[in-house]
Structures are given as structure tokens and as C-alpha cells.
Design a protein. Structure first.
Ligand code: URP
Ligand code: ZN
Ligand code: ZN
Ligand code: ZN
Length: 515
């Protein structure tokens, strides 16, 4: 990394660096302030961690730090709905923990993330305690989702505690990773019912894990042991099948569903179809799926190819463009990263067998920039849409809006200043992740986050991070978000829809082409 990290509390800062943390009073002058609903040229006044005022020509006293944002966009800090920091997975642990991963996030304009707590031997409370411990290093705000990996009365009652006492309002079900995180349909149904009763959002990793297992066996039998075997063993059809199945089961239970990392057009179309029919389904593409294609997996250099291994796999050319279009049309609603980094030493565990390559790619630092470059700079979405997709919609879905996701008086002072005209190159030499590789290596694009303010403090400015170990706060996410509004009413009409008129075979013109 080129820049210095300044560890304000550990005393390891270089002399003269971070002598005092920035003043708690900040005035951002003359920028275009963008919210999901509106944009205007205005000043933003921050005091004591909160946004106090948003209007033109705010006058302040001398003790206020003034930042000139003329010609730039002043926006809510990014919220990444999907990360794995310090996650124990596939026999190792992600190289980015709550400190390095969050420092990287802040350098890229993301000021909050929601990480997935993994239960310990199925126990939610043990998993929760473990993640509370990991997150003591936090230097920015964060929330928790929680995975459900087994089912019994204890798990069910722990879900109550998580929602009612611990501030967790979302649970992830893995339909893949057979033998470790995967659950079956019976458990998924129990989980969906429980989520519905708690007003918690069910999230799903949608790939058919049994079929993936079969696909992997086939590849090994064919002698395909390299990283390309990973993609070949779990094609889009297996993602589409699991997406469709999870959507239908959520529809059967009549509870909202959030599909994480939608990686293929096939899966996206299942989300589109459900939304068209009125079902409450959220689809989350991740940056890797939007901007990369699978060609890297065929790189003759194992170290290059292995870094692209994630699940579901990065797809063939065309899927990314399709997902971008779905995002711009509103079929998909927000962008995550699935930041889950392993360095080349860890990736090399699978040198002779792709099944042993730890799954995951980086993105927490690159998301804000890449979504800008790919979606806004290319003319596919507006700047207000950008704020919605990178911040506001996440805050709404996880029920923390407008504390997060808005530049409004009273909102947390998590703010970025983005220069739309500044281009730069992504490289592992300058990124802030601890990984020695970057799946976006060499990409040059527009839209640089020049200033990040988190919790009312300037933490990123002039390419320098000033992050404070332990300064990040856990943000409780309350249940019954807007996705649950009116659901009790639709339960009644749902019961009657179960006895919908039979659609006769002969009524479908496509079966009557012979006449
Ligand atoms: O490859 C991935 N996606 N690793 C992280 C775990 C998950 O499935 O989200
Ligand atoms: Zn410094
Ligand atoms: Zn997943
Ligand atoms: Zn993930």
C-alpha cells in the first residue's frame, strides 16, 4: 500500500501523522448533494457525528473544518450489504478482518457493511459471540446478517433472541456448499416460516448444492482439475433452479426473499418473473458479476485463474451486461460485493483440485468506483439512482433508513465526496486489502472517492487513511422493514390464490401449433 495507515489509538502512527483527529465540526461547501430522491447544490454541515444542516450558503465559525466540494458529488457513504470479514471458510480464514476490510472500504467510499455471522456448530449465539469479538477491531459501522446451517428448537428460539435482542433482522440460507453450510428444502421451509413470523428477511445463496457436487465429480473424472473446472461444474442452470425453487418456496410461505449474488441472466430472469407477478423478491448482483467475465478462470497461470474463483461463478461474457441492464431497469435493486478475500497462498490450497480453492473475491474497496464507472459514467443510470443502488436501498431493506443512506438533517454523518472527472487504476500495489491480488487489477475507470467522512470524522482524504481501531459501531437492524408492510393483508388473498383457476393445457396457444 502506498498510503500510510494511521492507527490513532494504538500509537503506531508515524511521527507527525494523525496528531489530532479531525475536528468534529465539518462544513462541506458548494458540492452537488445527492440523495436517492433528489439532488441540489448545497452545503452540508456536520457536528458531533450527525448531519445538522443541508442548504446553500451555510455560515460557520472559525473552528469548523471546511471542505470545498465544488464540481463534485456529495453523497451518502456506501453501504455494502454483503461481505465476509474474518470468515472461517474452506479450511482457512479470509485475509481481510474487520480492521483491514473496513479500512479498505473507507478508502473506497463505503462507510457501512453488513457481514454474515456464521454459526459455531449450528449455534447462533456462539456464532454471534465470535463475531462480536472479531468486530472489536472495527473502524466503521457495521451490521450483521446470520447464516442458518441446521434446524432444531434451539436454533428457532435463538432466532427470536437474535431479532428481538441482538439487532439481527436477516438470515441467510445456503442451498450450496454440500457437507458444510448447505441446508435442504425442509430446513429452508422451517426457516422461511420463522423469518416471516419474526419480520426478518430470508436471504438465499441459490445454487443446487447436490447438483454442484455431481458436476464437480464429473469434472474430476474428465481430468479437469484447474480453476476452469469450478465454473464448468456449476453452470447457470443450477443457479436458476435454486433461485426459482427458493422464490417459489418463499411465495408458498408468503414471506419476502432476498437473493444474494445474482450472477447469471438465468437467475435474474427468475427474480424478474417473480417481481412481475407481485412477489416480494429482492435481487442483489455483486460487482464481480457486473463487471467481470469468466475468461480469467482459463488463464494458464494458476495464481491468476484461482483469484476469480467464487460461487456462484463469474459467468461468460454477456451475463454482466444483462445484470447491468436489470439493475438500471429496477429488476435488481442494490449492489453488494461478497468481499471474501483469500491471498494467493490460500488460493494455492487448490492448486491440484479446484474444489479446494477457497471461494471468494475482493470488492469492498472497489464497489463505489466500479458502479460509478460502469453504470453512471457509461450513461446507464442517473446519479440519484447510483445513491439508491449503493446506499439508500440497502438502508431501506435492512430498516436503518434514514439514519443511514441519506444526506438529511439528523442522519449519521457518513458522507463521501466523489470526483466524476478523476480516473485511476486499480492495482494490488495501492489497494488497502491485505490480499496480494485484486480481481480488478489494471482496470482504469472514472469516479474517484476523494473524501470519506464516517461517523462525522474525515477518515480518507488526499489518498491517506486516518482510521481508528475500535471506532466502528454495531448498528442494530430492526425487523419488519417496508418489505413486510401489508403482508398480513396479502395472506388472505394468498390463501385464495392457492385455488386459482386451472390453466388448461389447451388454453396455451403454444401447445396448439398443429392447426
Ligand atoms: O464464493 C463466495 N461467494 N464466497 C463467500 C461465501 C458465499 O457464498 O457468499
Ligand atoms: Zn496520517
Ligand atoms: Zn453465498
Ligand atoms: Zn457471500
Amino acid at each position: 500500500s502506498n498510503e500510510q495507515f494511521c492507527y490513532a489509538e494504538t500509537g503506531s502512527s508515524p511521527p507527525g501523522c494523525c496528531i489530532s483527529l479531525s475536528s468534529s465540526k465539518i462544513l462541506i461547501k458548494g458540492g452537488t448533494v445527492v440523495n436517492a430522491h433528489h439532488q441540489e447544490v448545497a452545503d452540508v454541515y456536520v457536528d458531533n457525528g450527525l448531519i445538522v444542516e443541508v442548504k446553500p450558503n451555510i455560515k460557520v465559525s472559525d473552528d469548523v473544518t471546511v471542505i470545498d466540494a465544488t464540481g463534485k458529488f456529495v453523497m451518502p457513504g456506501g453501504i455494502d450489504p454483503h461481505t465476509h470479514l474474518a470468515m472461517e471458510f474452506m479450511g482457512t480464514e479470509t485475509i481481510d478482518d474487520f480492521f483491514s476490510g473496513q479500512a479498505a472500504a473507507l478508502a473506497g467510499g463505503t462507510t457501512m457493511h453488513i457481514d454474515f455471522v456464521i454459526p459455531v456448530n449450528g449455534s447462533l449465539s456462539l456464532g454471534y459471540e465470535a463475531y462480536v469479538e472479531k468486530a472489536k477491531k472495527a473502524c466503521m459501522d457495521y451490521g450483521f446478517h446470520m447464516a442458518i446451517t441446521k434446524w432444531d428448537e434451539k436454533v428457532a428460539s435463538e432466532m427470536d433472541i437474535m431479532v428481538k435482542e441482538k439487532g439481527v433482522n436477516s438470515f441467510k440460507f445456503f442451498l450450496a456448499y454440500k457437507g458444510s453450510l448447505m441446508i435442504n428444502d425442509e430446513l429452508l421451509l422451517e426457516g422461511l416460516k420463522k423469518c416471516k413470523s419474526l419480520g426478518a428477511l430470508a436471504m438465499v445463496h441459490a445454487e443446487n448444492g447436490d447438483a454442484v457436487f455431481e458436476g464437480q465429480k464429473r469434472m474430476i473424472e474428465l481430468g479437469i482439475t484447474g480453476p476452469e473446472g469450478h465454473a464448468l461444474s456449476r453452470p447457470p442452470v443450477l443457479e436458476a433452479e435454486a433461485t426459482a425453487r427458493a422464490i417459489r418456496l418463499a411465495g408458498f410461505v408468503n414471506t419476502p426473499l432476498y437473493v444474494v449474488h445474482v450472477m447469471s441472466i438465468d437467475a435474474m430472469e427468475e427474480v424478474a418473473r417473480a417481481r412481475k407477478s407481485g412477489q416480494r423478491v429482492v435481487g442483489e448482483p455483486v460487482v464481480s458479476g457486473l463487471v467481470l467475465d469468466d475468461s480469467g478462470l482459463w488463464d494458464p497461470d494458476f495464481n491468476v485463474a484461482a483469484k476469480y474463483v467464487m460461487s456462484p461463478p463469474i459467468r461468460a461474457t454477456g451475463h454482466g451486461k444483462g445484470l447491468q441492464a436489470a439493475l438500471s431497469m429496477g429488476t435488481l435493486q442494490l449492489v453488494g460485493t461478497d468481499h471474501c478475500t483469500f491471498n494467493s497462498t490460500q488460493k494455492a490450497f487448490g492448486m491440484h483440485d479446484f474444489r479446494k480453492i477457497p471461494n471468494g473475491v475482493n470488492g469492498i474497496e472497489e464497489r463505489m468506483h466500479l458502479v460509478w464507472d460502469t453504470m453512471v459514467a457509461s450513461g446507464q443510470i442517473s446519479v440519484t439512482d447510483y445513491v439508491r443502488l449503493t446506499s439508500t436501498e440497502c438502508a431501506r431493506i435492512f430498516n436503518i433508513y434514514p439514519k443511514k443512506g441519506a444526506i438529511l438533517p439528523g442522519s449519521d454523518a457518513d458522507i463521501i465526496i466523489l470526483n466524476p472527472n478523476s480516473s485511476f487504476e486499480i492495482t494490488s500495489r495501492s489497494h488497502h486489502s491485505r490480499s496480494d491480488t485484486n480481481v480488478y487489477e489494471g482496470r482504469i475507470g472514472k469516479g474517484k472517492v476523494e473524501v470519506t467522512i464516517a461517523g462525522g470524522r474525515i477518515v480518507w482524504e488526499n489518498n491517506e487513511l486516518k482510521v481508528e481501531l475500535g471506532s466502528g459501531k454495531f448498528i442494530k437492524t430492526p425487523p419488519f422493514s417496508y418489505l413486510f408492510e401489508g403482508l398480513d393483508k396479502s395472506d388472505a388473498s394468498y390463501i385464495s390464490s392457492l385455488r386459482a383457476p386451472v390453466k388448461r393445457f389447451n388454453d396455451n396457444p403454444s401447445y396448439n401449433s398443429q392447426q
